[in-house]
Design a protein around this ligand. Structure first.
Ligand SMILES: [Zn+2]
Length: 174
């Protein structure tokens, strides 16, 4: 049996897996990893519990954050939290602005199953006006060289939501 072909981009590895079932991925440091096609199936029932409103909001093109109900605190979280990490009070849902700016970002050459087909993809920590925490979100519609700290971005929502974090991403402000 011939040795699997070697690739430097994971997308090419994925293509090869569809053809031969095995490939070698050589990373930026020259480390080679044998990758094999190993399908499995699982039926998973998942409850979002207290985070449910966030995912229901995405389906309505809304970004919902959590605001501390203590008037003396009122900290606004850009990702769901049932309780304030500053003072411990309950939080309430608050719609975030759709526009923000890139606080930091990275390019992912590998990802979990839901994102594998998009690799390499850009992942950003985004600042929203008034929010004291950052949202980790995919950054699409721009190339690696176009991204910089402070880049104005806006949330985009999947036209056919499936109630997962893939329902939202950010793109450059149009
Ligand atoms: Zn608080």
């Amino acid at each position: 049996m011939a040795k699997p072909k070697t690739f430097e981009h994971f997308r090419d590895v994925q293509d090869e897996l569809g053809k031969s079932g095995a490939a070698i991925f050589r990373d930026a440091n020259g480390v080679e990893s044998l990758v094999i096609d190993s399908p499995y199936s699982i039926h998973y029932i998942h409850s979002y519990a207290e985070d449910s409103a966030f995912f229901l909001g995405l389906a309505e093109n809304k970004l919902l954050g959590s605001r501390c109900t203590n008037p003396g605190c009122a900290f606004l979280y850009a990702t769901p939290r049932g309780h304030c990490m500053v003072c411990g009070s309950h939080t309430t849902w608050t719609e975030l602005p759709k526009r923000g700016k890139v606080h930091s970002w990275t390019t992912c050459l590998f990802g979990s199953e839901a994102f594998l087909k998009e690799t390499p993809y850009n992942l950003a920590m985004v600042e929203f006006e008034g929010a004291g925490s950052l949202m980790l979100v995919r950054l699409k519609e721009c190339t690696q060289s176009e991204i910089y700290v402070g880049l104005p971005v806006e949330a985009r929502f999947a036209p056919d939501p499936n109630y997962s974090i893939t329902d939202v991403w950010c793109g450059r402000v149009r």
